[in-house]
Design a protein around this ligand. Structure first.
Ligand code: BG6
Ligand code: MG
Length: 219
């Protein structure tokens, strides 16, 4: 039976995937590194330090550990500054409606994000009250595609994995959900999240009615 929902944040609840892209692009331009949307796709769902390693590997750059940390911090400063203008108008269409519906129907709801800025993003959106449990980049050490963040969220909700549906926009996020034994809903194109149990192009289509219709007897 489905009793809980676990949501990724960036690219599911709000369009911060775009702000992460812009911050990495700015850093890369300053460093003279190549960075484009195709490379950015590989960063969806993975941690900040894993992300900078992907960009540096692509550009065949090696730096001292301290230099890497300081550049990742610089990217984060750019990203965090861009969050200041975020408001409760910045949910992805359909996200707030689904969260509200889950609350009124009494489901347990958790956040399962790789971001260390998740609490700030939830505060900017005024979304904190939708979540019983917040799992973020500080909750576990192994990032997606490892299932740890979702297992953390399920454990805190006191639910087994097969009682939960994970919402994800990242290929590695769906991989993580499957590795943990969760049901999954992918948000985005087939080539990215087509391996989810159920997929929608956008959150707007992801209504509780559609989800219940698909998962049927599990509700
Ligand atoms: C994920 C994003 O949610 O969080 C990644 O999809 C990002 O792009 C990761 O790198 C870590 O975020 P932060 O805010 O801790 O740098
Ligand atoms: Mg995401």
């Amino acid at each position: 039976m489905i009793k809980g929902f676990i949501f990724d944040l960036d690219g599911v609840i709000t369009d911060t995937a775009e702000l992460h892209y812009e911050a990495w692009k700015k850093l890369s331009d300053e460093m003279g590194w190549h960075f484009d949307r195709e490379l950015n796709e590989q960063l969806r769902g993975i941690s900040r330090m894993d992300s900078i390693k992907v960009i540096m590997d692509y550009n065949k750059v090696t730096l001292t550990d301290d230099a890497v940390v300081s550049l990742a911090t610089k990217k984060n400063d750019i990203y965090v500054a861009s969050l200041d203008t975020m408001t409760p108008d910045d949910y992805l269409p359909g996200a707030r409606e689904l969260l509200t519906h889950l609350r009124t129907e009494g489901f347990s709801v958790a956040l399962g994000s790789a971001s260390k800025n998740a609490i700030k993003v939830l505060e900017q959106l005024n979304a904190t009250h939708y979540f019983d449990v917040i799992g973020d980049g500080n909750s576990v050490t192994q990032s997606k595609p490892a299932p740890d963040i979702f297992l953390f969220a399920a454990e805190r909700m006191k639910l087994p994995a097969n009682n939960c549906i994970v919402f994800e926009d990242a290929e590695k996020g769906i991989d993580a959900a499957k590795a943990g034994g969760f049901y999954s809903v992918g948000i985005g194109p087939e080539e990215r999240v087509g391996h989810a149990d159920l997929r929608f192009d956008t959150m707007k289509q992801a209504t509780l009615f559609e989800i219940k219709s698909f998962f049927g007897d599990l509700f």
